[in-house]
Design a protein around this ligand. Structure first.
Ligand code: UN1
Length: 506
């Protein structure tokens, strides 16, 4: 099933892409492009990016603001059909998009294939949900002689600020949600994955998204983000990234004079898996290894702390080491690689520093060896025993699994410690005691609970995804309520009897 991508990928192996701001359909360039290097092969360039300046960001806001007066009038059916056309174009161009995910983001082939699939699913699912949400909702009949209509409309300009770890799926998920609900969009992708974003916006324009409805601002991180949060013409912000950045955006929005502006934020996690001694060790290990190390641990859903009941802990550790020894770290474009690199030098250094620091406090149990002669931002998958989730001061966004032993009598403290992190994204539970599993599930305050399986890879429309507390605002992405905060409602009551005194004449 995977093989057909072989030839298609080879075609894009040396291709050099180019991206820059897209304002009203115009592709802008500047004097000094930024070169993008593959995080798994540092000598290899993937293309070049013209970063947006503050002046260009102002142009984007003006274009999106004017564009709203037009997009606002386009019926939801047409907006939804445009997304469905885009889904078709993504599928037709999947070879190129997969190659871009591999080469620019360092994602494995399987992750890259899944990424395109998820982007397609977001387009189709939000098209469906958009039609339902924006349809004319039924109201109760009012007094005779009055008409009452409720309309569900876009808010205006939405800023969509997205991360590098799902450079296509989350980038497009946000944008698709904002567009189908009738907003115009300013997209600010992560600077590490500007090429994927640029190519995706080109496909959007090809699919028939009008050039006034989508503006792209690659690069220029914090400056542009701040500018978008401060500008009175931006009517809403959709953000996926760190908790600290979400708080900064929230603060800027709160200080606006003109309106109370919604923020939809999906942020970090300190995700645990709780394993009791009735669980099957082999299954625990398979699911823990996948949850912690797939995508090199660069998912906000990824497992960070494995709580194992003490009487099976030695056995689980032994099996974990065996499974980690089998993990193949390597070039993400090879079918055999389980893990690729982390995104950049900064991420690599932070993770290596964390491994060193936390191993002094706890105990480094095992590290999967990295292949020799590998020139990229690789971090060895690492298993480290610690005393409590409270030992971790922040989210460690990489292939690091912490393990804590607990005696059965301390389960309540384990649950308290997890809740006390303030994060609330994913929780894994492994137990063959269904009653206990359900009881744990109800006591840990998280957005997504997974029982007896891995805890990543939420599917659009199947497992709505998103957290609470420090992990985000909701509503859940890929769920039936996600679109609600992108819209505003208007009730129009019209006293028909006031005109000529006889409604029947109208
Ligand atoms: C993220 O990593 O930013 O369930 C969120 C999952 C993905 C997580 C996406 N939907 O693994």
């Amino acid at each position: 099933q995977r093989q057909p991508f072989g030839d298609e990928l080879a075609k894009w192996q040396d291709h050099q892409w180019q991206a820059g701001p897209i304002i009203n359909g115009q592709r802008l360039q500047s004097a000094d492009p930024r070169l993008i290097h593959c995080p798994a092969k540092l000598e290899q360039t993937v293309g070049q990016v013209f970063d947006a300046s503050a002046a260009i960001a102002h142009q984007a806001i003006a274009a999106a603001h004017t564009g709203f007066t037009q997009w606002h009038k386009v019926p939801v059916e047409q907006r939804a059909q445009t997304l469905e056309k885009l889904a078709d174009l993504l599928e037709q161009n999947s070879g190129e998009l997969i190659a871009l995910c591999v080469r620019e983001a360092g994602k494995t082939l399987q992750d890259s294939i899944d990424e395109v699939r998820e982007a397609v699913d977001f387009c189709r699912y939000y098209a469906l949900q958009g039609r339902q949400l924006c349809a004319k909702p039924q109201l109760m009949p009012g007094p005779t002689g009055e008409s009452n209509l409720l309309s569900v409309e876009g808010r205006g300009v939405f800023a969509c600020i997205s991360p590098w770890n799902f450079p296509l799926a989350i980038f497009l998920g946000q944008v698709a949600a904002a567009l189908v609900t009738g907003n115009t969009v300013i997209a600010k992708p992560a600077e590490q994955t500007s090429l994927i974003a640029g190519r995706t916006v080109e496909l959007m324009l090809d699919a028939g998204v009008p050039d006034y409805a989508i503006q792209l601002l690659p690069g220029a991180g914090a400056v542009v983000g701040q500018l978008l949060s401060d500008d009175e013409r931006v009517a809403g912000v959709c953000f996926t990234g760190s908790t600290a950045t979400a708080k900064r955006i929230n603060l800027s929005l709160a200080q606006r004079d003109g309106a109370i502006v919604p923020l939809i934020a999906e942020t970090g996690g300190q995700n645990a898996m709780i394993v009791d001694s009735t669980a099957l060790p082999e299954q625990i290990v398979k699911d823990a290894v996948h949850s912690a190390f797939a995508s090199a641990g660069q998912r906000c859903s990824a497992l960070r702390v494995l709580y194992v009941q003490d009487d099976i802990a030695d056995r689980v550790i032994e099996l974990l080491q065996g499974a980690m020894a089998e993990l193949r770290v390597g070039y993400p474009g090879h079918y055999a690689s389980d893990l690729g690199p982390v995104i950049d030098a900064n991420a690599q250094h932070k993770l290596l520093a964390h491994i060193e620091h936390i191993s002094e406090q706890g105990k480094l149990i095992y590290q999967t060896p990295l292949p020799k002669k590998i020139d990229g931002h690789f971090v060895p998958p690492s298993l480290i025993e610690i005393n409590s989730i409270a030992d971790l001061k922040e989210e460690n966004f990489g292939p690091i699994l912490h393990l804590v032993r607990y005696p059965a009598k301390d389960l309540a403290q384990v649950i308290d410690a997890i809740n006390n992190t303030g994060f609330g994204l994913t929780l894994g539970i492994h137990s063959r005691n269904e009653g206990l599993a359900q009881s744990i599930a109800s006591r840990v305050r998280v957005g997504n609970v997974y029982i007896n399986r891995n805890q990543i890879g939420a599917m659009v429309g199947v497992q709505p995804f998103g957290g609470q507390g420090l992990s985000g605002t909701g509503p859940k992405a890929g769920g039936p309520h996600y679109l609600q905060r992108f819209v505003t409602e208007r009730t129009v009551t019209n006293n028909l009897t006031a005109i000529g005194g006889n409604a029947n004449l109208l």
